[in-house]
Design a protein around this ligand. Structure first.
Ligand code: ADP
Ligand code: MG
Length: 248
């Protein structure tokens, strides 16, 4: 069976700095992959490359066996098939929660307003946010904003979700509510790529953990293996720093 997502020899430089060097990664259907590594190791660039927000220099990216980095591919059509959630809350501040969620389905997928709203209501109910339907983002907590951002990404019914440090901007007591949403998606079989500094969460939720170092996937494997007996010295150093900071 073809992979859900595949990166083959992906290279990317900004000016003369190599940010992704020969990245190879195969993501199976329903796989949950956590990307860990120091700040600047290339996690965000990798996720943006997959979402076609950053053009790659070499290599290819395949979604369901089709090359999405080929010339002539319409990036908007590709983006409809995946949801992405970033660290900073990217909700539109002038729009109510419901309108934030239905905008994409109405504008991009051409769904009639009532259908888009029905679906949005279902999602809000699932994620315990029904009472926030008519609020503006600035009246929500950080955790609620991030849950709305996840719902918005789910509104297009993607079967691949990309998460980039989605809890990094949250107060510690709000982190769990967002991580639980991601756990719920795993239970529903969502394929996910999650860049995270939450090592406990990665150990818990990931089928596979990839350690990025200077633009390379230096080491990957089941969380047990990576966290308990990393092979590479750089992975050991990274994890030791996390342990020293009391975060694992
Ligand atoms: P991470 O998410 O792991 O912290 P990033 O992918 O954000 O890493 O960044 C990898 C490297 O690429 C960093 O050195 C960063 O400064 C650089 N970089 C990222 N985006 C750009 C950009 N748009 N222009 C120039 N350099 C960039
Ligand atoms: Mg990043």
């Amino acid at each position: 069976m073809t992979s859900k997502l595949e990166l083959q020899n992906v290279r990317k430089s900004f000016d003369d700095k190599v940010v992704l060097r020969d990245v190879d990664l195969a993501v199976g259907h329903h796989d949950v992959i956590c990307l860990i590594g120091s700040s600047g190791s290339g996690k965000s660039t990798m996720l943006k490359a997959i979402n076609l927000l950053v053009p790659i220099d070499e290599g290819q990216i395949l979604l369901d066996g089709t090359e999405i980095t080929a010339p002539g591919v319409n990036p908007n059509q590709v983006r409809e098939k995946m949801g992405i959630v970033f660290q900073a809350f990217n909700l539109f501040p002038h729009m109510k929660v419901i309108d934030n969620i239905t905008l994409g389905p109405r504008k991009v997928h051409g769904l009639p307003q009532d259908q888009a709203e029905d679906h949005a209501r279902q999602l809000l109910e699932q994620f315990g946010l029904t009472d926030k339907i008519n609020e503006y983002p600035d009246r929500l907590s950080g955790g609620e904003k991030q849950r709305v951002a996840v719902i918005r990404a789910l509104a297009g019914e993607p079967d691949l979700m990309l998460f980039d440090e989605v809890t990094s901007a949250l107060d510690p007591e709000l982190v769990a509510e967002v991580l639980n949403v991601i756990r719920g998606l795993k239970d529903r079989g969502m394929t996910m790529l999650i860049a995270t500094h939450e090592m406990g969460f990665a150990r818990d939720v990931a089928d596979r953990v990839c350690f990025l170092d200077q633009g390379m996937i230096l080491e990957q494997g089941p969380p047990k293996e990576i966290f308990s007996s990393p092979r590479e010295a750089r992975t050991q150093q990274f994890l030791q720093r996390i342990i020293d900071a009391g975060r694992l």
